[in-house]
Write a protein that binds this ligand. Structure first.
Ligand SMILES: NC(=O)c1ccc[n+]([C@@H]2O[C@H](COP(=O)([O-])OP(=O)(O)OC[C@H]3O[C@@H](n4cnc5c(N)ncnc54)[C@H](OP(=O)(O)O)[C@@H]3O)[C@@H](O)[C@H]2O)c1
Length: 288
């Protein structure tokens, strides 16, 4: 599908604006960083976490920590927090804060302007206002990547409706807002779906259901926009994102290999430039 001789289907210049839901962390941030190397422009990243630049600066020493293990042992050593739940909460907050900060700095170094917006995507009105403000300020929105998502895996009989809603709504609620607010000249919309919507996965009824809505919505939205709309059913990734070491071991046990970050980045960029299908499944084979 990809060929450097073929002209890319998207055209972004320094004035272009790309909205990235869930873009501050995980695989989405890695892929968008890579994309910003090829297409430096304005990227608006959205997540629930606070803007790390507004948070009272943690010590420089803490800011450099890349793993939860490092942060957790640092917090235990300092003794500032005593209960395990407080330590865990603070570990996650610092981990997220550091990831977002690194994403912003890396993309700025590659020549992009980065705006970070703290917003819960289950808040449809909030997202609607954000898109309206983007059109008011920039008079354009060239592309959207929806990579926000979360896992709260449990067997079906142990799931609560509030947990189901958090997982489902984070993925699905933004779709209606995008369908209503995006102007026809938006060049691309990429929805990060999962192989869970194709094959199912233990404990993931909520997540699989949400992703299958993404797959169907991509086809519907394709008819509305002039640009391309793609739902990517990603297999599990290695080196970033929501796949915990426990989940990684489970995938290995089932013979499912993980997508290596560097190859995945290239595949993503190729897909956005040259892809022609509204749904693609991308997973790792055994001979990477
Ligand atoms: N990693 C994989 O192996 C894999 C495989 C298949 C599909 N995917 C899909 O790829 C996407 C990215 O996955 P990832 O592994 O990079 O996940 P991740 O590291 O957990 O990152 C998820 C991102 O979504 C944001 N987010 C979650 N709930 C949100 C909400 N209600 N409102 C706003 N932002 C929210 C998070 O920011 P805050 O916490 O700050 O809100 C974070 O930036 C997801 O849609 C996932 O389903 C991933």
């Amino acid at each position: 599908m990809s060929t450097s001789l073929e002209e890319a289907h998207i055209q972004l210049d320094q004035e272009s604006v790309v909205l990235v839901l869930g873009g501050g962390q995980g695989i989405t941030s890695e892929l968008v960083k890579h994309m910003s190397g090829a297409y430096p422009c304005t990227y608006i990243l959205v997540g629930r976490s606070a803007d790390p630049r507004d948070v009272i600066a943690d010590l420089k020493e803490v800011e450099a920590m890349k793993t939860k293990e490092e942060i957790r042992s640092y917090l235990i050593k300092t003794g500032t927090f005593t209960s395990p739940s407080e330590i865990e909460k603070e570990t996650v907050r610092i981990f997220k804060n550091n990831q977002i900060l690194r994403t912003i700095r890396d993309m700025e170094q590659l020549g992009s302007t980065v705006v970070y917006q703290s917003l819960d995507l289950c808040d449809e009105e909030g997202l609607s206002d954000l898109i309206k403000n983007i059109y008011d300020k920039y008079a354009r929105l060239d592309g959207v990547i929806h990579g926000a998502g979360l896992l709260e895996d449990k067997l079906f009989r142990q799931k609560t409706s509030s947990s189901f809603e958090r997982v489902f709504d984070t993925k699905v609620k933004p779709l209606r807002v995008l369908a209503e607010q995006l102007r026809a000249d938006c060049q691309f919309v990429v929805l990060f779906s999962s192989i869970a919507s194709v094959y199912g996965n233990k404990g993931q009824t909520d997540y699989a259901a949400a992703n299958s809505v993404l797959d169907d919505y991509a086809k519907a939205l394709n008819k509305k926009l002039k640009g391309k709309v793609i739902s990517i059913n990603w297999g599990p990734w290695k080196g970033a994102g929501m796949v915990s070491s426990t989940l990684e071991t489970e995938y290995e046990r089932r013979g499912i290999s993980l997508i290596p970050l560097n190859q995945g980045k290239e595949i993503f960029l190729n897909e956005i430039k040259y892809g022609t299908e509204s749904q693609v499944l991308i997973m790792s084979g055994n001979n990477w």
